[in-house]
Design a protein around this ligand. Structure first.
Ligand code: TYD
Ligand code: ZN
Length: 414
């Protein structure tokens, strides 16, 4: 670990000394789409992950200030993908039927409720609900849809405020949010206080086991300060009187895990927890050597992708990126992908269009421009939506277009 010895700190969960096992180099804010005029002021930090051998938490060594990432103009709206909408409807339905249906006047809180993609299913049942969403513009969209939302960061203080105003929660939910919060102990403490003694805390995030298995290193970017495993979640929350009582793998975000936690001793622990921990041990998720191997896999993936892109460009092929994802910021900057490789990135999100991608400064354009003159190759940055996208883009393939993917391996698909 001496190679990155300047990148060492203390584990955000247990306080043990940790050091980066690799660096992805100088990185901009992953969701920081910008105009040409903003290039001069673009913010950078060093993106370097570490593994804590004491508590097994995978985490970033350095993270930009939260207000640089989640500000008034945060460009991420959950409700843009049809599949994600269906996913959150099922999530809400599962929570309702398993934990809330029998209760009188239950209260559900969602951390990082975004534009209300999940809470609207509770609101539709007339249930007491509260969304906590730090991004002012996104929270406003939720409010306009009638979803009760506060714009704030969740922690001990906010938990107390919420309890005073609404009482304790039957369920606290979070999707793709917990891995964003550097003060995990503060949030865990807030959750413990806000939860009823028979309440549940259910959250899901990209799963370390999938990331290591698929070399999907693009899960590593500024917002994802942690990549969780069942083992690390169990240890982190045990410190705050919460048991990990269930786990369930999810297909979303290229492989996620849903964790159910409950006040210590309040619920039986499902067999799935023990099975998942055993799989993690077999996969080596608890051993530092696994991450040195992961680093080599990242380097190999980068080399293969760059030699493919370079050789296609030498042959005069047009390559367009598909999906201006946050994840793609790590890929473009780590691999050194430039506008000479990728002409533009097609994206359906209105506020990303007309901007440049962070760091690599590849123009982001509308899907119309992609469809108007299909490129020879589309580099699938939104690989987590591959099924949905390939279903939609049959005309691209029919026109002779090909997909370039890099997860789990660098490959051309026609
Ligand atoms: P997302 O899956 O949220 O990834 P990340 O968390 O890494 O940002 O982002 C998907 C992006 O891809 C989003 O900007 C919208 C875009 N997109 C398209 O342009 N077309 C599509 O068909 C889909 C599904 C997504
Ligand atoms: Zn630790």
């Amino acid at each position: 670990m001496s190679e990155h010895s300047h990148l060492s700190t203390h584990c955000r969960v247990c306080g043990a000394r940790i050091g980066a096992f690799m660096s992805f180099g100088r990185m901009p804010i992953a969701n920081g789409f910008l105009t040409a005029a903003e290039i001069a002021d673009e913010y950078h930090f060093e993106l370097a992950p570490a593994f804590c051998s004491a508590c097994s938490m995978f985490q970033l060594v350095e993270q930009p200030q939260p207000d640089r990432m989640f500000h008034g103009n945060y460009a991420f709206y959950s409700s843009t993908s049809r599949y994600m909408q269906a996913h959150f409807e099922r999530f809400a339905q599962a929570v309702w039927s398993k934990f809330l249906a029998e209760r009188s006047d239950p209260f559900v809180v969602e951390l990082g409720s975004n534009d209300g993609i999940m809470l609207r299913h509770f609101q539709a049942r007339g249930m007491r609900h509260l969304g906590v969403e730090p991004s002012v513009n996104v929270a406003q969209v939720a409010r306009e849809r009638g979803i009760e939302t506060v714009s704030a960061f969740f922690g001990r203080t906010l938990a107390e405020d919420v309890e005073r105003k609404f009482g304790k929660a039957d369920a606290i939910l979070a999707a793709n949010v917990m891995c964003h919060i550097p003060d995990l102990p503060g949030v865990a403490e807030g959750v413990r206080r806000l939860l009823k003694p028979d309440g549940v805390f259910i959250f899901e995030d990209p799963y370390l086991g999938d990331m290591v298995a698929k070399t999907s290193y693009d899960q590593i970017y500024d917002e994802h300060v942690f990549i969780f495993s069942a083992g690390s979640v169990m240890r982190a929350f045990a410190r705050h009187g919460l048991d990990l009582v269930d786990v369930a793998p999810q297909k979303t975000h290229g492989g996620s895990m849903r964790y159910t936690l409950a006040p210590k001793g309040s619920r039986p622990v499902s067999a799935a927890v023990g099975e998942c921990l055993a799989r993690e041990r077999n996969q080596g998720l608890e051993y530092p050597e696994t991450y040195l191997h992961f680093k080599q896999n990242c380097e190999r993936s980068r080399d293969r992708l760059m030699s493919l892109l370079s050789s296609l460009r030498r042959d005069g092929k047009r390559i367009v990126g598909y999906g201006a994802t946050s994840k793609s910021t790590t890929v473009t900057n780590y691999c050194g992908i430039t506008p000479d490789h990728v002409e533009f990135i097609s994206d359906t999100t209105p506020i990303k269009r007309g901007k440049l991608s962070p760091g690599a400064h590849i123009p982001v354009r509308s899907h119309d421009e992609f469809a108007r003159a299909y490129p020879d190759y589309a580099l699938l940055f939104a690989w987590n939506h591959a099924d949905e996208i390939r279903e939609k883009e049959t005309a691209f393939l029919a026109a002779g277009g090909r997909w370039i993917v890099y997860v789990p391996d660098v490959e051309v698909i026609s």
